[in-house]
Design a protein around this ligand. Structure first.
Ligand code: ARG
Length: 572
């Protein structure tokens, strides 16, 4: 149980004893040390409801409040705030428990079967910056959920189906005949462009492409084999990006749109059987009362087009159905651009209405904003083209290499190269993860690679500084008692003891920026502690205890960064 949860229970019991049962305790970390370490603010609301004096109620709550062994001071402030000062021995015991646990004392809740669906590029083209946010955010969420003990499936719902594949397969056949298909495929972006040119210019080619679509969707073995080859090459490109980024997606995580092809007619018949489907201008549609257009009419969701073709939404309905029936997932997290919000709201509503998902299945759209350039417009190359993800990552690593070489020219070339990879990739990831995901953010090389401020390099560097303490110390007693005495020690201890709270919060809200903010504060608290409380010149039990605080800080930084998919280094 987190400290916040523990205090909430105790305050709630005291509220009940003071005549205000079922009242939320509203316990939160205090904004300033003079207000204690935690504040319980529930009294005001309770007093209002009971029409009683809040100060008097607060007095009675405090009299009934049992915080023996937890707090050493409890005060009433203002109209009825209860300020709680934690006892140093209580904090020390919490830290000791974290030190003794490989998972840093993180509570393992009853495991839930969860899927995190992320990245999900369309395979016709190479991955570009538009896929970066989903890939990075989704991976961090998957890591956090697995860390708290859930049974996590990572799913890459790639766009590998649809009419454009007829065109691509036709072009693949054509270039194979002239012998340079493999060469052309090395640049998927160009491959797509050239196929499109052929399609637009040559009616015979366009006809062939259309025939391929029909044959592909009809399950023709020959065309399917060609399509599979194209998908395989395309997936190799994606995998190279995932490996470079250190993202935990593999070929096993892929279950693309094509996998649901056979289920699409079933989705239609199920919806019809449920009485939800109507014919509208030849198309099969569902009208959802929950969503109204500006005229106040129920919005239509098209399930099958007039020509019999299916849509993006049809596939997604089939996927929900599969994820419940075949995988028995309890929670599915879709990490997708905010511009698809309406689609997901409709999808979730209809899935539950149609019985594709039980009402208590958690279907969540984890939305994110757009990555912008310095000009405040969606990030593009100088000439206005889309930026390939591989190139962006390579540039990050190059820039980091230049910085590291400038800062530390004495390091061996190999070492500088590996530092550059960790710093470059870390900077790109952290710049994204540290922002509230729902807003757009500006991609700027200089800010993300700065060694000052809320950046990956700052945190990575903070980690190396803690490690350097241990290099100077040599052997130390990893079982020494933690004793909290000085103010800076207490502040650091208090923050360390709230790691479980932030992790639980990220696991439920899917907001990795909370973890970033936590780690940034941790690094700052450590610097303050390090300045105020010398470690190396201290002696005996004090020195041993301070080393324990440093050790836990290092482990917390490393674990936290790892959950964000960012590597730490021993030197940089
Ligand atoms: N391939 C889609 C795109 O690039 C994203 C897929 C998101 N996931 C989903 N289940 N619809 O826009």
């Amino acid at each position: 149980m987190t400290i916040q949860q523990l205090l909430s229970l105790r305050v709630q019991a005291a509220l009940a004893a003071a005549g205000a049962p079922d009242t939320p305790a509203v316990v939160q970390a205090s904004s300033k040390p003079e207000f204690g370490d935690f504040q319980a603010n529930g009294v005001m609301g309770a007093a209002k409801a009971l029409k009683t004096n809040p100060r008097a109620l607060a007095q009675s709550v405090v009299e009934h409040l049992d915080l023996t062994d937890i707090a050493d001071k409890v005060e009433i402030a203002g109209p009825g705030f209860i300020n709680i000062h934690l006892a140093p021995a209580f904090l020390a015991a919490r830290l000791q428990a974290a030190l003794d646990d490989a998972a840093l004392g993180i509570r393992k809740p009853a495991a839930q079967k969860v899927m995190v669906e992320y990245s999900s590029p369309n395979l016709a083209k190479e991955m570009h910056v538009g896929h970066l946010r989903s890939t990075i955010i989704g991976d961090a969420i998957a890591r956090v959920l697995a860390f708290v003990g859930h049974d996590v499936t990572r799913c890459n719902h790639v766009g590998d189906w649809g009419t454009q594949f007829g065109m691509l397969v036709a072009y693949l056949v054509e270039t194979r005949q002239s012998g340079d298909a493999e060469l052309e495929l090395a640049d998927l972006e160009n491959f797509y462009r050239k196929a499109k040119v052929r399609f637009d210019e040559d009616p015979v080619f366009a006809d062939t492409a259309r025939q391929y679509v029909v044959r592909l969707q009809g399950g023709d073995a020959e065309v399917l084999a060609l399509w599979k080859q194209f998908v395989a090459v395309s997936m190799e490109h994606c995998q190279a990006v995932y490996d470079k980024l250190g993202v935990g997606l593999t070929l096993d995580s892929v279950r693309g749109e094509s996998a649901y092809n056979d289920d699409l007619p079933v989705v239609v018949s199920d919806l019809r059987a449920a009485g939800l489907l109507v014919e509208d201008q030849g198309a099969q549609v569902v009208f959802l009362d929950e969503f109204r257009n500006p005229e106040g009419d129920a919005q239509a969701m098209i399930i099958q087009k007039k020509d019999g073709g299916y849509l993006y939404a049809t596939t997604d309905l089939a996927a929900v159905r599969y994820r419940h029936r075949a995988l028995d997932l309890k929670r599915v997290i879709y990490v997708v651009d905010a511009r698809q919000s309406l689609h997901f709201q409709q999808l979730f509503t209809l899935s539950k209405k149609a019985g594709f998902a039980p009402t208590d299945m958690q279907l969540e759209h984890v939305a994110f904003g757009t990555m912008m350039g310095d000009d405040g417009k969606p990030f593009k190359t100088r000439s206005g083209g889309t930026v390939k993800l591989v190139e962006l990552i390579d540039e990050a690593i190059e820039r980091a290499y230049a910085l590291v070489s400038e800062k530390n020219p004495a390091l061996a070339e190999d070492t500088r190269r590996s530092i550059a990879a960790a710093v470059g990739v870390g900077a790109v990831k952290y710049a994204d993860l540290s922002k509230n995901r729902t807003s757009d953010y500006i991609f700027n090389w200089d800010t993300m690679l700065a060694f000052e401020g809320n950046t990956a390099p700052y945190l990575q560097y903070a980690y190396t500084r803690v490690q350097s303490v241990f290099r100077k110390v040599g052997d130390f007693d990893a079982s020494a008692a933690v004793v909290i005495d000085a103010a800076a020690e207490k502040q650091l201890a208090l923050h360390l003891a709230q790691f479980d709270e932030v992790i639980e919060s990220v696991a439920s809200s899917c907001q990795p920026h909370q973890l970033c903010a936590y780690l940034f504060t941790l690094a700052q608290q450590f610097s303050r502690f390090y300045e105020a409380c010398p470690i190396l010149s201290a002696e005996g039990a004090t020195r041993a205890s301070r080393l324990q605080l440093a050790a836990l800080t290092a482990r917390t930084l490393r674990t936290g960064l790892d959950l964000l998919g960012i590597a730490v280094l021993d030197e940089m």
